[in-house]
Design a protein around this ligand. Structure first.
Ligand SMILES: Cc1ncc(COP(=O)(O)O)c(C=O)c1O
Length: 359
């Protein structure tokens, strides 16, 4: 047997939300809904679909390795320079690039416990260590983060709003934190769900990138409804982006993803519709929880963490009835399930099945 790198022994393969087709196949079901990966239930923008159609005959060609049109569109939209943007095969890839660009064996990252799993994956892959700061009231405890930073800390991840809890840190809290972090540490602010946030105390993070060593991550997988095409991006000072660019593969973002993302960015109506419907679905979800006396964590996103007796039991029972949710056990939260807010019909089905199984 050829021995793989030692770093791999620490890595547990990512367990994604179960795909619909797999559940249909395995359980012999026809009608399955997925409320497990925080996708947009209202689909992609029509404008994005139209442009994809017109590019299908170009699939024999490589995509633009520099993603010129997409970077131009992002640069105009966010009022930053093109050299301050990196686009990736999902923001997952940008997280991996950050790990590859900044982490040597023996370095460490500081992150919340619990948060999005890819930060840990990237660190372990590079032979770096992961320091986990317990959440306080399901929210990042930035005060406590200082106690975990040491001379080997290179990256600090703040997932805002946090996956899987849906909670956020405010601009005031973030700036207070950034003011005090030591030199040589890069802060990564993962804002995958930013477009769902209505709270006005949410940070205007792009206004901070020139003042602090900060990388802001965004994605087209969530409110823009393009998860299947894999497009995410990072915004930071030029010197940071230049380092990430060195680790990037030449054609990392596919052709359809690039053109669709440009159109999606331009489709304000789809964005606003998705935002409004999600806000309604969230309120209605809270009401349904209250009716049943179920505890939940107030969320700024398109998913809600709700308390149950036993997460795996509920997950499995719901799965058998064709409703895929995320069991909190994958995050170490055995008494919670994370439910993506679906369409009205999907949420009716969710509650009907939940009541049926005696959740
Ligand atoms: C907080 C967070 N960051 C990043 C991602 C990855 O997004 P992408 O599809 O852009 O790779 C996700 C996806 O679930 C997420 O929840």
């Amino acid at each position: 047997m050829i021995k793989a790198r030692d770093a791999l022994t620490k890595i547990k393969p990512y367990v994604p939300g179960k795909p619909i087709e797999e559940v249909k196949r395995e359980l012999g079901l026809d009608d399955v809904i997925k409320l497990a990966s925080n996708e947009n239930p209202y689909g992609p923008s029509k404008k994005a679909l139209e442009i994809i159609d017109s590019y299908l005959t170009n699939l024999n060609l490589y995509p633009d390795g520099r993603a010129f049109e997409l970077k131009t569109a992002l640069s105009n939209y966010y009022q930053v320079q093109e050299e301050e943007i990196i686009v990736g095969n999902g923001s997952d890839e940008v997280i991996k690039l950050l790990s590859e660009a900044y982490l040597n064996p023996g370095d460490n990252i500081v992150q919340a416990d619990v948060t999005f799993s890819e930060y840990e994956f990237g660190a372990l892959l590079m032979g770096a260590k992961v320091k986990k700061v317990p959440l306080k009231d399901f929210t990042h405890d930035l005060e406590a983060f200082y106690n975990y930073i040491d001379d080997n800390t290179k990256l600090i991840y703040i997932c805002n709003p946090n996956n899987p809890t849906g909670t956020m840190v405010t601009e005031v809290e973030l700036i207070e934190f950034l003011e005090k972090i030591p030199k040589g540490v890069l802060v990564v602010l993962d804002e995958a769900y930013a477009e769902y946030v209505a709270d006005t105390s949410y940070p205007n993070s792009l206004g901070l990138i020139n003042k602090y060593p900060l990388v802001v991550l965004r994605t087209f997988s969530k409110i823009y409804g393009l998860a299947g095409l894999r497009v995410g991006f990072g915004i930071a000072q030029k010197e940071i982006i230049a380092n990430l660019e060195k680790a990037r593969e030449p054609f990392n973002v596919n052709l359809l993803g690039q053109v669709a993302a440009v159109r999606a960015l331009d489709d304000k109506e789809h964005l606003e519709y998705s935002f409004r419907e999600n806000a309604k679905a969230r309120e209605s979800f809270y009401q349904e929880c209250q009716k049943r006396d179920i505890k939940y964590v107030k969320s700024h996103t398109n998913f809600v963490l709700m308390q149950v007796e036993d997460a795996d039991t509920i997950f499995n029972k719901m799965l058998k009835k064709g409703v895929i949710v995320r069991s909190g056990s994958v995050f170490g939260l055995n008494r919670f399930i994370r439910v993506t807010l679906g369409s009205i019909e999907q949420m009716q089905r969710f509650w009907q099945v939940f009541d049926e199984i005696g959740g």
